[in-house]
Ligand binder design. Structure first.
Ligand code: 13P
Length: 396
């Protein structure tokens, strides 16, 4: 553990600095924080970015807004492009991501956008930095920092998430490039267990990542996705989710992660995708809010759900049901498929469709914004938006 003499000075950034994105930090010695002393006498270091992390998290968890997850790896983005008959080239990925970030007025509904590394360093097709376009839209740029899932030796065919090696310098570089929050997605499979080993590994990895992110000025999104795969009922999902979140918060606390400076990205509590008993939005909301109340401290500013293969409309209806009464946290969305699916199809890779596709994206973003405020009615949705997108053993 670091001693007091190793403490960094504490730079203070105002909102305009993170909004501008690229300003180099000028350390100032005036804001060094108090560092708690552990009972053993060892000094525990608080992140020198503490105030900024809280501000960033609050800006993302702002009323009527949520996150656009557009951080598909090149392989996953390739599958999306293939579905509309496009080749997986950098130019095609750039064209699609340009369409997303430059949708006019997107920042009214979207507070943060998670990018894949390529996009963080990329320009739009008009030569503007993607990050700058987001900042102009009042959207905080974020970055996927995990390196993906690999088999977990000694488990029941489960996986673990790589990416801790070299994470600190990578995170510092992402901050310099304008990122202000991070995402690490690991998964837990219900049909394969989950084993104690897989749950502990997932929780420990998330906690180490969260501590490293905060140390480098990035608000960590903590995402232990409980996969939809399986024919189990909603009670089984609830039981597993309680176990997973208990472990996650145990290790977050052990790693001195500041809860006010994180965001969560849980799966909603639903039956397995192959379960015959389907749940209504009210049931999903009741189970999910019950889980959150039992496991998530109110200090956490935002709960930004993943969509996990639900249809666009289903994900929005479920979110809306969770916002019918005030919650201790901002309860919102961080969807990829449930924001992008109909937009991608509308685009179809044709420049003449860009405007229409952006409108479709805005319709979904607005619907979820209303759902965050508990005011979504579900009226007038297209049949396409009602189609599920579940994929067995989904990788991101
Ligand atoms: P989906 O909303 O498509 O499940 O994406 C989840 C995710 O982890 C994106 O960051």
């Amino acid at each position: 553990m670091a001693s007091a003499s190793l403490l960094k000075t504490s730079p203070v950034l105002d909102k305009s600095e993170w909004v501008k994105g690229h300003t180099l930090r000028q350390p100032s010695t005036s804001a060094v924080r108090c560092h708690p002393v552990a009972p053993s006498g060892l000094t525990v270091r608080a992140s020198s970015y503490a105030d900024e992390l809280v501000k960033t998290a609050k800006a993302i968890a702002s009323p009527g807004r949520g996150i656009l997850a557009m951080d598909e790896s090149n392989a996953t983005c390739g599958k999306r492009l293939a579905s509309i008959g496009l080749e997986n080239t950098e130019a095609n990925r750039q064209a699609y991501r340009t369409l997303l970030v430059s949708a006019p007025g997107l920042g009214q509904y979207i507070s943060g956008a998670i990018l894949f590394e390529e996009t963080l360093y990329q320009t739009t097709i008009d030569g503007k930095k993607m990050v700058d376009v987001l900042v102009e839209q009042n959207i905080v740029p974020g970055i996927k920092v995990d390196k993906g899932l690999v088999p977990l030796a000694g488990s029941n065919n489960e996986s673990w998430c790589q990416g801790l090696d070299g994470l600190a310098p990578r995170s510092a570089a992402y901050y310099q490039q304008g990122a202000r929050f991070a995402k690490w997605r690991t998964v837990v499979s219900i049909p394969n267990g989950p084993t104690e080993l897989a749950v502990k590994e997932a929780a420990w990895g998330l906690a180490r990542y969260a501590a490293i992110s905060q140390d480098n000025g990035l608000v960590p999104i903590v995402e232990p996705e409980i996969l939809l795969d399986g024919d189990h009922g909603i009670d089984r999902t609830f039981e597993v989710a309680k176990k997973v979140w208990a472990e996650v918060f145990f290790y977050l606390a052990q790693n001195n992660v500041m809860f006010e400076g994180i965001l969560l990205k849980p799966s909603m509590v639903t039956p397995g995708a192959e379960c015959k008993d389907r749940a209504t939005p009210q049931q999903v909301a009741d189970y999910t809010l019950s889980l959150l109340r039992q496991r998530i401290p109110p200090a956490v500013p935002g709960i930004m759900f993943l969509s996990g293969g639900q249809s666009e409309v289903e994900a929005t209806l479920n979110l809306n049901a969770m916002n019918q009464a005030p919650n201790p946290w901002h309860v919102s969305f961080s969807y990829a498929r449930a924001l992008q699916n109909t937009c991608l199809k509308k685009w179809g890779g044709r420049p003449e469709n860009v405007k229409d596709a952006q409108e479709v994206l805005l319709i979904r973003a607005k619907a979820n914004s209303l759902a965050q405020l508990g005011k979504y009615t579900g009226k007038g949705e297209s049949e396409e938006a009602k189609q599920g997108m579940f994929v067995k053993g989904y990788v991101y």
